[in-house]
Design a protein around this ligand. Structure first.
Ligand code: HEM
Length: 547
């Protein structure tokens, strides 16, 4: 018995030991082996993804150059160092994804103009295309890879918004510009100098521009942005989409391991990321359906306002678009509201800190035609200094510093390197906007200088090539109209309120120091408030009553 029991005990302790070893293996050794295996496979994949003969940093295991890209891609010292070391075009690896960064105007022309067809695509991303849109066919133009459908949708949008069509939008631009003046005047109760948070009114201006172009509808009262359920839904969803499109965060796009971790966390009920992302896609689709249904009713009742979606709905065969493609065009119009809003907020901050620019602009309007200082319609005018001011706002702040992510469609050649199709491409619009002398100065005069080389004349804030902003003419004219009106009727000063102390500093209007989130290439201003002083309240009210 003793022997047997001794044997038994020994067996028991043997099985205890092996159980412990098994647990240790399970808890530590297996994950370590899996992790090492993952790192090795990931490094092989990163190695295979490198483009021969194209310089660029190797980066860290698993994450590649993601850590160095954050916070630095738009900064001058990073670009200077990277361009000095690797040249005008270099490759970086974002996790397992190889991206090519185009940093100079010469390279931008060689890529996006000379090899236009080959660089015409957009990447398919895990977060936006697979999780938010669930691989569905309806995606905005700005996130669509190049194919026949994208060509059709882009053509419809580009034709509706091209240089010759801009004139047809003058009444809309004048109307929205006056609405902004009216909102600002209401904020300055009794015509007093008042510190104003410019965000809601700028948001309303931009949203209305997109809503009118797409659906022929608009927001009347700025309060509706919060009180109206549909509008607050649109604002929330478009903010989310903009965040989920951001190419320098959303690391799930680049690191497959994160997707696995996330799926496990979702499965265990620790997070609800997948459900959240899918709901954003569905809710976005639903709000567009609501707007489209309203437009259909308006058309049936003959009370519709001319708009891109309405033109197609009234004559469906003319443009050859499917229902989904038509929806995609409208989604693209709504996505444009973000960039307009950000440009306008930066312009307000800049004016507040640059009385000299306001004085020159006011004088330019007066010299062009003193009657314009009281005109309710100004979109048709072409005052060179105000045009230059509008361009300089675009150049100085570059609200999409890496444009929208692009992708190669065919092989692209660059100095002995062949970049294969479906490679992620970034146009460094920020760097391309800094080719002038004294690039860090805000100087509208540079756009009036006839001696500037032709390459400097391009406005990189709208990108370049076959996927350049389709609305660049309308968006520029919208900013021009509103700047002219604002300067004619208000003095802008730095805010004095304790609510936004940063807004009082000159850094608030600096394109780097003034950023809310430094590493985000879709740049948002940290400051929100400026002091508005109506020049002549009675004259402004009289002008507004004419409109
Ligand atoms: C100041 C305002 C705006 C700025 C600075 C801006 C800037 C840009 C930039 C940088 C791109 C990417 C270009 C590229 O990748 O080369 C883009 C694309 C686009 N923008 Fe704008 N945009 C503005 C306003 C708008 C508005 C108001 C709309 C619509 C009504 C709009 C519609 C689009 C569309 C549809 C695309 C995608 C084009 C394509 O992928 O083919 N944008 N925009």
């Amino acid at each position: 018995m003793g022997i047997i029991s001794g044997f038994d005990n020994g067996n028991e302790s043997f099985s205890n030991d092996s159980a412990i070893i098994l647990v240790v293996k399970f808890l530590f050794v297996t994950p370590t082996i899996l992790l090492v295996g993952y790192i090795v496979l990931s490094e092989i994949s990163r190695f295979k993804g490198r483009i021969p003969n194209l310089p660029g940093p190797w980066g860290y295991p698993i994450v590649g150059s993601l850590p160095s890209l954050r916070d630095t891609i738009t900064s001058d010292e990073y670009l200077k160092r990277a361009t000095e070391r690797y040249g005008d075009v270099f490759q970086v690896q974002l996790g397992n994804v190889t991206a090519v960064v185009v940093n100079t105007t010469a390279a931008a022309r060689a890529f996006f103009v000379t090899q236009r067809e080959a660089t015409n695509s957009r990447p398919v991303t895990y977060v936006l295309h697979k999780q938010v849109q669930q691989n569905g066919p309806v995606t905005s133009i700005g996130t669509s890879p190049w194919d026949e459908s994208c060509k059709r949708r882009r053509k419809v949008a580009a034709t509706a918004l091209n240089k010759t069509s801009v004139e047809t939008y003058f009444p809309i631009l004048n109307l929205e510009s006056r609405a902004l003046l009216s909102d600002f005047l209401r904020e300055c109760k009794g015509g007093q100098a008042t510190d104003v948070d410019v965000t809601p009114s700028c948001r309303k201006f931009s949203l209305n521009l997109s809503l009118t172009l797409a659906y022929g509808t608009r927001v009347e009262d700025v309060k509706d942005l919060h009180h109206d359920l549909l509008l607050s839904e649109i604002i929330y969803l478009e903010d989310e989409i903009s965040r989920l499109r951001d190419p320098t965060s959303n690391f799930y796009n680049y690191i497959p391991l994160l997707r696995t971790v996330n799926s496990v966390a979702d499965f265990l009920g620790l997070r609800r990321t997948k459900a959240h992302l899918a709901s954003i896609g569905k809710r976005r689709y639903a709000y567009h359906q609501v707007l489209q249904d309203k437009l259909r009713r308006d058309i049936a009742n003959h009370v519709d306002i001319p708009c891109i979606q309405g033109n197609v709905l009234k004559d469906p065969d003319s443009k050859g678009l499917t229902e989904g493609e038509l929806l995609s065009v409208s989604m693209s119009m709504m996505a444009g509201a973000h960039t307009t809003k950000r440009s306008l907020i930066w312009a307000c901050l800049l004016l507040a800190h640059r009385p000299d620019i306001q004085a020159k602009a006011f004088e330019a309007i007066q010299q062009a035609d003193p009657a314009l200082l009281q005109a309710s319609e100004v979109a048709h005018t072409k005052i060179p200094y105000i045009e230059a001011l509008t361009k300089e706002v675009g150049r100085y702040f570059v609200v999409l510093r890496l444009a929208l992510p692009k992708a190669t469609h065919l092989d692209v050649e660059w100095h002995g390197a062949t970049i294969p199709p479906k490679t992620l491409l970034f146009l460094n619009s920020w760097a391309c906007s800094r080719v002038f002398a004294a690039p860090h100065e805000f100087a509208p005069e540079r756009w009036l200088d006839g001696d500037q080389p032709a390459t400097n004349r391009h406005q990189y804030a709208f990108g370049i090539g076959g996927r350049m902003c389709v609305a660049s003419h309308v968006a520029s004219k919208a900013l021009y109209t509103v700047l002219l009106h604002l300067i004619a009727h208000f003095r802008f000063q730095p805010c004095e309120s304790a609510e936004d102390l940063f807004a009082a500093t000159s850094q608030a209007a600096d394109p780097l120091e003034g950023l809310l989130v430094r590493e985000n290439p879709s740049v948002e201003a940290r400051a929100r408030m400026v002091r508005l002083v109506p020049r002549d309240e009675d004259a402004l009210r009289a002008m507004l009553s004419l409109g």
